[in-house]
Design a binder for this molecule. Structure first.
Ligand SMILES: [Zn+2]
Ligand SMILES: [Zn+2]
Length: 334
């Protein structure tokens, strides 16, 4: 009973965080990231199709469902992070470590012999993360550990973090690509994904992004958990321990921002794979970013192109990639 208020407080924090991300982080990110682009003409995605102006009751029902489902999703992700040995926490602990479940305190088990997830989260965060970090800070101060001695450790931690984030997006989008492409099969399209394609020129960011059929939203959210689990287990099997909790946080929060940005006119892009594409498709010319808001805009106009959510690498690989051709300016510039 001591955790009775926890679900309500948890839900409020997640829903509030979701709104901050949607209303503040996404527009700020869009503005800041596009302002650094030298070519001003490519800072925004031109509107080339009709805009779904007014939401009806079905739209709002879908949007409300999507918001609500975020709460259990984050909860399940948190449970996974607290009990999985494939997730690395700052205190040096990996989930409930290899102790799970044999050496976990008896208080964390219910009468039926199952682990009480709420109790496990609270116990883990309090004992391993908060207390663990406090001890670490005190110890570090007492022994005056030099920065130089930690430099190698810090560098490898940053590389581990960055590789984890990239691998999670690459893994996520592999499953998302085929899931999305399947939803576009003629026999299935009208049952699920057609709703999202009411919008031919998304502008509302998060609202247009989460305006999807509930089945699609649930699969999309839990695909993040699948990616975390696969990359975590892979890294653990490779002797790297697992995925850092910071990388998971980045993957999920930045992912939410990027999926929302995909439905704005800020043409944010990251170009890590551009050379790869221009090498593979020399006749199509020009560099092409791995992530580009314009690419998803093309998908809303040409539904059999650009199925990826975050990355266009699978579209490039499996032949469904289509770059934006701006009809309002010279197409040669693209
Ligand atoms: Zn979309
Ligand atoms: Zn689609």
């Amino acid at each position: 009973m001591e955790y009775a208020m926890l679900p309500l407080a948890f839900a409020c924090v997640i829903l509030a965080g979701f709104e901050v991300l949607a209303r503040l982080v996404v527009p700020v990110m869009g503005n800041v990231l596009t302002r650094t682009m030298q070519d001003k003409s490519r800072r925004s995605v031109p509107v080339q199709s009709s805009h779904h102006d007014k939401f009806d009751a079905v739209d709002w029902l879908c949007i409300t469902f999507s918001r609500c489902i975020t709460v259990p999703f984050v909860y399940h992700l948190l449970v996974y992070c607290c009990v999985s040995p494939c997730v690395l926490w700052p205190g040096g602990a990996g989930g409930n470590n290899d102790n799970f479940p044999q050496n976990m305190p008896a208080a964390l088990f219910t009468a039926d012999g199952f682990v009480d997830a709420n109790a496990a989260i609270v116990e883990f965060l309090a004992e391993n993360v908060i207390a663990g970090n406090a001890t670490k800070v005190v110890t570090a101060g007492a022994t005056k550990t030099a920065w130089d001695a930690n430099l190698g450790k810090t560098t490898s931690a940053i590389v581990h973090y960055a590789v984890s984030v990239i691998l999670m997006y690459v893994t996520y989008d592999f499953f998302y690509y085929w899931f999305h492409r399947t939803l576009h099969l003629r026999s299935l399209y009208k049952f699920v994904h057609k709703h999202h394609h009411r919008q031919h020129a998304p502008t509302r960011g998060n609202l247009d992004a989460i305006n999807v059929h509930p089945f699609e939203f649930i699969c999309g959210e839990y695909n993040h958990l699948l990616a975390v689990s696969l990359v975590g287990n892979g890294m653990r099997a490779a002797g790297l321990g697992g995925v850092p909790i910071g990388a998971i946080l980045t993957f999920v929060v930045l992912g939410g921002a990027l999926a929302s940005l995909n439905h704005t006119r800020f043409n944010v892009r990251f170009g890590a794979f551009s050379r790869l594409y221009s090498f593979a498709h020399p006749k199509k010319g020009g560099a092409t970013p791995a992530y580009e808001v314009a690419a998803h805009d093309v998908h809303h106009r040409l539904p059999t192109k650009n199925y990826g959510q975050y990355l266009m690498i699978y579209d490039m690989m499996f032949g469904s990639y289509e770059r934006l051709v701006d009809k309002t300016s010279s197409s040669k510039s693209m």
